[in-house]
Write a protein that binds this ligand. Structure first.
Ligand SMILES: NC(=O)c1ccc[n+]([C@@H]2O[C@H](COP(=O)([O-])OP(=O)(O)OC[C@H]3O[C@@H](n4cnc5c(N)ncnc54)[C@H](OP(=O)(O)O)[C@@H]3O)[C@@H](O)[C@H]2O)c1
Length: 246
């Protein structure tokens, strides 16, 4: 689909990658860009229409779908990462928040938007996933589980919406230079602008998957040999971290 003239809605458009998505859409000539955020006053990108939305609030998700009936491109960007382990976390709060936001929030947005996109002639959904959809890292284990679930839902939503001509794009990335990755130092990071450009190039080309950086491409290519190629170095690093020597 063409971005020029489209009507887009970006969740979490107040900062980080969501803000870069909104800016790139304006730059590419989208007719309208709705930028949603829990605090709409924080959506300050020029040319973007602020909308209040917590994606975990089902009633509000439905209201926004009724309000924004002209949307042809949904960008499910909003997400949360609590850097929480499976076993060492004090309780299930982080894991529940991540699954509630990254999986159920994304799923709710897809469900509410499906008829709106159908009315626009099909349109497109972009789901912001992660390299951790493909493997588990103990440093953000429950986040990875929520992104794996969101990857599964992305593949399923693509199958279910094929009949109405909706393009469903899965975006996987390693570190991106935003608040979420601030704790990761001395690692290569993609710029949010680079990810946004790749994603809308893919939407315009009708591609269903974006692997945004070399690490993500390497991990996906190694999936069939994950226990040989992916997990041993992570195990070594984690064991050293637990022993306090990394
Ligand atoms: N940064 C990375 O290294 C990286 C890598 C791969 C994938 N991702 C994914 O990229 C997406 C954007 O992340 P980011 O890097 O831009 O992180 P960020 O700077 O932490 O921004 C997260 C955004 O999501 C919003 N959000 C969180 N929970 C929400 C909710 N319940 N309802 C509505 N909005 C909510 C935040 O709003 P508030 O301002 O209200 O908190 C914020 O706008 C996420 O899905 C993330 O998982 C990030």
């Amino acid at each position: 689909m063409k971005i020029d003239g489209s009507v887009a809605l970006v969740t979490g458009a107040n900062r980080g990658l969501g803000r870069a998505y909104a800016r790139e859409l304006v730059k590419r000539g989208a007719a309208k860009v709705y930028g949603t955020a829990r605090d709409p006053a924080a959506v300050t990108e020029p040319g973007v229409i602020p909308i209040a939305l917590d994606i975990t609030d089902l009633g509000r998700v439905a209201q926004v779908a009724r309000q924004c009936t002209d949307v042809s491109l949904l960008v499910n960007n909003a997400g949360v990462m609590k850097a929480s382990t499976f076993i060492g976390a004090p309780d299930l709060d982080a894991a529940r928040l991540e699954i509630e936001t990254n999986y159920f929030g994304t799923l709710s947005m897809c469900r509410a938007s499906a008829p709106v996109l159908a009315a626009s002639g099909g349109g497109a959904i972009v789901n912001m996933l992660s390299v951790t959809s493909f493997y588990t890292n103990p440093f953000n284990a429950s986040y990875g589980a929520s992104k794996a679930a969101a990857w599964s839902l992305t593949n399923g939503v693509r199958l279910e919406l094929h009949h109405q001509g909706t393009l469903v794009v899965a975006v996987h990335a390693s570190f991106i230079d935003t608040d979420m990755a601030a704790l990761a130092t001395n690692v290569p990071k993609d710029s949010p602008e680079s990810v946004a450009r790749q994603v809308f190039d893919a939407v315009e080309a009708g591609q269903i998957e974006v692997l945004a950086d070399e690490r993500t491409r390497t991990v996906k290519a190694a999936l069939s040999r994950d226990h040989e190629l992916i997990y041993p170095p992570i195990q070594e690093f984690w064991d050293a971290a637990v022993a306090g020597t990394s």
